[in-house]
Design a protein around this ligand. Structure first.
Ligand code: TXA
Ligand code: MG
Length: 359
């Protein structure tokens, strides 16, 4: 497949090629430890506009600026409070890593990056290829997840090609993403409020609280409850719409006790429903075309790591040439890393939401 020629093995030469393309204002598929990003230089409105156009992303949804070193954040933010400076010093000890910090913006940050707001999101990703590229290009790089808006985030280079082949110059091959879920978005923009999680991710609140030495709030959970009940509730993180991360195939959340697939094809008896279990054995169930298990051992990190790839595979219809017309995912709500489980169930709820009104 010639479109896969756009996937480059990550060598010093290809990283230089990607860096030159970014400087020229082009889009690059950027591997990070969370998900692949759709990268462009963040200091030029024309290149940032290409991101919004390629993703069909509403201009009201701001972007994360990525840099190769915590010190490179300083020109982008304005920290005139001691509390904010102290929190930044603490939080940035988790960088490089799956953490995005929301801070008051500096004058130099473009309005199209912040969606006109007075804060900016910044991150130093932990992937070695991302770090090499960011250090080589030495510019703030805007990078949302490299999927068309509201579709499933990409965790492999082929996923970027699938949705955005015509938009990217190259995709650097960084392999499968280690984390596989988007970064935790944490706001430390307001010195008068506690640090506040706007989007759950792999980092536990316990870890964040230990780092800050103070309580950390999660508006992501309350925000999620709000979003479930009111279609027009304001989102703390503007990108957290009710329908997001969605496969095209309808996805339904089902209880563990709901073990028999409803017959759905008028007696033809060939079920086209796929069951995805988050954990436990992948034993077959009556009426289901197939049963997959993301983590037989029940490891939440493994579940997070495999979730998006499984949803994309289910959606691609490549499964034994049967076209799946429904995906039933079995929810799991048990203690462990509560933030990671909250992140997984947050993404699943959004993926199962068929209401289009808030896209
Ligand atoms: O893991 C990740 O964060 C990936 C990789 C590529 O870094 N990026 C990513 O970007 O997921 P995106 O654009 O798909 O999601 C960024 C989230 C959105 O929900 C957006 O609304 C929020 O961060 N965000 C960006 N800037 C913000 C700001 N100034 N205030 C509050 N939320 C912001
Ligand atoms: Mg995204």
């Amino acid at each position: 497949d010639p479109s896969h020629l756009k996937i480059l093995p990550a060598t010093p030469e290809s990283i230089r090629l990607a860096s030159d393309a970014l400087r020229d204002g082009k889009l690059i598929g950027l591997p990070t430890e969370t998900v692949y990003g759709l990268a462009a230089r963040g200091d030029r409105p024309d290149s940032v506009a290409k991101i919004f156009a390629a993703k069909q992303r509403p201009a009201t949804n701001p972007l994360i600026l990525h840099v190769g070193d915590p010190d490179a954040v300083h020109p982008l933010v304005s920290m005139d409070s001691d509390i904010t400076r102290r929190r930044f010093a603490a939080a940035s000890s988790l960088w490089p890593g799956p953490l995005t910090l929301v801070l008051p913006r500096s004058e130099s940050v473009l309005d199209c990056v912040t969606a006109g707001g007075n804060t900016v999101a910044v991150r130093v990703p932990a992937h070695p290829v991302a770090l090499q590229l960011l250090r080589e290009v030495s510019l703030p790089i805007a990078a949302p997840s490299a999927n068309v808006s509201n579709y499933i985030s990409p965790t492999r280079p082929e996923h970027v090609i699938d949705g955005l082949v015509d938009s990217v110059e190259w995709v650097l091959d960084g392999g499968n993403c280690d984390v596989g879920l988007e970064s935790t978005v944490l706001s430390i923009a307001d010195p008068k409020s506690p640090p506040t999680i706007l989007r759950e991710g792999v980092l536990s609140a316990a870890k964040l609280e230990a780092v800050f030495g103070e309580p950390v709030l999660s508006s992501a959970t309350t925000n999620m409850e709000l979003l479930k009940s009111q279609s027009n509730a304001p989102a703390a993180s503007p990108g957290l719409h009710r329908k997001h991360y969605s496969p095209r195939t309808p996805l339904r959340l089902v209880a563990a006790t709901e073990n028999v697939a409803p017959s759905n094809d008028g007696g033809n008896n060939k079920s086209r429903i796929l069951r995805i279990r988050l954990r436990g054995p992948a034993v077959s169930l009556p009426g289901y075309a197939d049963v997959w298990s993301l983590s037989p051992a029940g490891d939440p990190f493994e579940i997070a790591n495999r979730l998006y790839d499984a949803l994309r595979r289910a959606d691609s219809g490549e499964f034994e040439s049967i076209e799946i017309d429904q995906i039933n995912v079995q929810e799991w709500s048990e203690a462990g890393n509560p933030n990671l489980l909250a992140a997984i169930s947050d993404r699943l709820r959004r993926a199962s939401n068929q209401d289009d009104s808030a896209t």
